[in-house]
Write a protein that binds this ligand. Structure first.
Ligand SMILES: Cc1cc2nc3c(=O)[nH]c(=O)nc-3n(C[C@H](O)[C@H](O)[C@H](O)COP(=O)(O)OP(=O)(O)OC[C@H]3O[C@@H](n4cnc5c(N)ncnc54)[C@H](O)[C@@H]3O)c2cc1C
Length: 418
């Protein structure tokens, strides 16, 4: 049987693996984590609303009924396109080569600090589950440390949160931290007043949510301001250190800076000997000069109607399904499917518990109704039924009690093992 190797079990890779189930092919899906992560709800783990297992599913479990699919935990380090093999590091640094007939690269993106990699130490980003639990530890620890802090200036800096980047993740994080402080925690401390928590959202461009219709930016900003968030647009963060950051001309003293500003593609292009960056794929999503190698999702560059497709889950999933159709056509010697065409089913961002913005082609609205649509769609797209059920109940519980699912600081230094 032809062998399809898929690198990455995110939205694109998993959609491809699922769609290949009906074909007579062997599939090997390789991922460096053992789980498929629902990144749109990562901010909810980072702000203690949901627990990690509610938004991440073991890839092995998702594909357990796909008898011809093998899941391998390992990190791909390169592709030998000439010999049609991927190089994988598994276990304790063991190197392995896996041959393929078709290769699907769906490795997504990683943070980019625009060349200022030293910012990473003080301003973590949000991309993996490990990032989310680390940010959760930091946010919750900030309140605990402020409660024990006697110095007023240090206490204020400890209760100041700066979010760098006014895209959907920055907006969602700002709203969730505001509600954590003002609703969930308001009665829990004796020496500090969580209501005095300062939350600053900085966006270099002229408006929040630059990827959305301009008419939705102002309602989102208004909603955030109503929740006590300082929204600073048109201001660059030019320096980040242990004690704060420079926003425009001003220094903001803060020990909690979160980076939500930029991403860079994973090195799939370099693996294929192509220029660094996203891989500019052909109409069937194959890499230039390599018809048996497909590149999909965030790491692919594909223009439609003169504009590059956005890095969103829907694009990755639709690309994954398209690749399965392209492989099927090649195996059966059928005519290739028509060029890939993305169908935009809508774009959303949420601000707190009652407000979201929604746009889909000409339909644009914001408010409670958009929040309800956001909630339903996010539940539907979770990978497993138990996740849908537990997230639904957690949200209902949190909505009425204002409490959160997992306010735990899990510090590895507290392990009783050496
Ligand atoms: C915080 C956050 C919020 C988001 N919110 C939304 C939203 O609300 N709506 C929306 O549509 N989109 C949202 N996105 C974007 C969306 O998640 C991405 O567009 C989507 O995940 C892209 O899918 P993908 O398959 O290309 O990559 P990913 O889903 O990122 O999957 C890549 C996979 O590849 C694996 N991998 C990477 N390198 C290697 C390697 N060398 N070896 C082995 N495995 C590797 C990774 O472990 C990962 O599992 C959000 C993203 C983030 C980070």
């Amino acid at each position: 049987m032809p062998h399809v190797v898929i690198v990455g079990g995110g939205f694109g890779g998993l959609a491809a693996a699922r769609a290949l189930k009906r074909l007579p092919v062997r599939v090997t899906l390789i991922d460096k984590t053992n789980h498929h992560l629902f990144q749109p709800l990562l901010y909810q783990v980072a702000t203690a609303i949901l627990m990690p297992g509610q938004i991440a599913a073991p890839i092995r479990q998702v594909l357990r009924r796909h008898r011809r699919a093998t899941v391998l935990l390992g990190e791909v380090t390169g592709v030998d396109a000439g010999r049609r093999a991927v190089e994988v590091r598994t276990g304790e640094g063991r190197a392995e080569r896996i041959s393929y007939d078709f290769l699907v690269l769906a490795t997504g993106v990683q943070h980019s600090y625009f060349g200022q990699d030293e910012y990473a130490r003080h301003a973590p980003g949000l991309k993996t589950m490990a990032d989310a639990t680390m940010v959760r530890n930091r946010i919750l620890s900030a309140f605990e440390e402020a409660e024990g802090e006697r110095d007023e200036a240090r206490r204020r800096a400890g209760l100041t949160f700066v979010l760098v980047g006014g895209g959907p993740t920055g907006v969602e994080m700002a709203g969730a931290i505001a509600e954590l402080a003002r609703l969930t925690m308001r009665e829990d401390f004796r020496r500090i007043d969580p209501l005095k928590t300062r939350i600053v959202l900085v966006e270099a461009g002229p408006r929040l949510l630059p990827s959305f219709d301009a008419g939705l930016s102002e309602p989102a900003a208004r909603q955030l301001r109503g929740m006590g968030v300082e929204v600073l647009t048109g201001r660059m963060v030019s320096e980040i250190g242990e004690d704060g950051c420079r926003v425009g001309e001003d220094w903001v003293a803060s020990r909690n800076i979160i980076w939500t500003a930029g991403v860079a593609p994973s090195p799939a292009a370099e693996w294929l000997g192509l220029p660094k960056g996203k891989v500019r794929v052909r109409y069937d999503l194959s890499a230039p000069g390599r018809p048996e190698v497909f590149v999909i999702g965030d790491v692919a560059y594909y223009e439609q109607d003169g504009r590059p497709l956005p890095g969103v889950a829907q694009v990755a999933m639709q690309m994954g399904r398209h690749v399965a159709r392209a492989i099927e056509a090649r195996l059966l010697n059928n005519a290739p499917p028509p060029p890939f065409h993305y169908t935009d089913k809508g774009n959303m961002a949420v601000v707190g518990r009652n407000f979201a913005v929604f746009e889909s082609r000409r339909l644009k609205f914001s408010g409670w109704m958009a929040w309800l649509v956001w909630s339903m769609i996010h539940i539907l797209f979770l990978a497993l039924p138990n996740m849908r059920l537990t997230v639904f109940w957690q949200w209902v519980w949190s909505y009425f009690t204002e409490q959160r699912g997992s306010r735990l600081i899990v510090d590895p230094r507290n392990s009783s093992n050496p």
